[in-house]
Design a protein around this ligand. Structure first.
Ligand SMILES: Cc1cc2nc3c(=O)[nH]c(=O)nc-3n(C[C@H](O)[C@H](O)[C@H](O)COP(=O)(O)O)c2cc1C
Length: 176
């Protein structure tokens, strides 16, 4: 049994939902899971945990500044324990961009940080127009129109492949 910490960086809650699913998978395999929001601060105490997993969504091309701060602050501790990172973005709905090696956001992110996670994943996110403010909704609809995604103003589309999330959970369970 390992004590596993899942830290999420989310704006609309989807990355948290993915973490909750990972939690379920790993609890079924006998591990003890703790979920924390990165918004709880870069001071999250990693010491009591055996494995650390960080998941973050993309907004206008970037992961949150808090993600970079957290990594900078905890680089040594992270390197000393089995660890993983996953990114959530809607570009990953395209089959040619849904792997860590082929997802442009994850590749760019890895060039910006010196942490080398033991495991990596990319998950396609969710579009939830009714939830967005006016300008965000218009911007995302425009981007979706340009990339052949859903544009109806009341569309809610979950692109996440939940089997892929389950498989990642099992990989994290085995990670040593
Ligand atoms: C305002 C806004 C900007 C976004 N920008 C991007 C983007 O630049 N590239 C992308 O692939 N997805 C983008 N997305 C899609 C999000 O990554 C996706 O909705 C994800 O599921 C959000 O996860 P969260 O709820 O955990 O924040 C954007 C979504 C919103 C609402």
């Amino acid at each position: 049994m390992a004590r596993i910490l899942l830290i999420y960086s989310t704006t609309d809650g989807h990355t948290r939902e993915i973490c909750e699913r990972l939690q379920k998978v790993m609890e079924q395999q006998g591990h003890e899971l703790t979920l924390m929001s990165i918004a709880d601060g870069p001071q999250i105490d990693l010491e009591p945990f055996d494995k650390i997993v960080l998941g973050a969504s993309i907004r206008y091309g970037k992961h949150s500044k808090m993600v970079y701060e957290f990594i900078r602050k905890n680089e040594q501790l992270l390197a000393g324990k089995p660890n993983a990172f996953f990114s959530v973005n809607v570009v990953a709905r395209k089959p040619e961009k849904n792997q860590p090696e082929t997802n442009p956001y994850l590749q760019k992110f890895l060039r910006q940080i010196s942490w080398r996670p033991d495991e990596l994943a990319v998950f396609a996110g969710k579009i939830d127009y009714p939830r967005y403010g006016f300008w965000d909704r218009q911007m995302i609809r425009l981007i979706m129109w340009m990339t052949k995604g859903p544009t109806e103003p009341d569309a809610v589309v979950d692109f996440t492949d939940w089997n892929q999330v389950d498989a990642f959970g099992r990989r994290l369970s085995r990670l040593r």
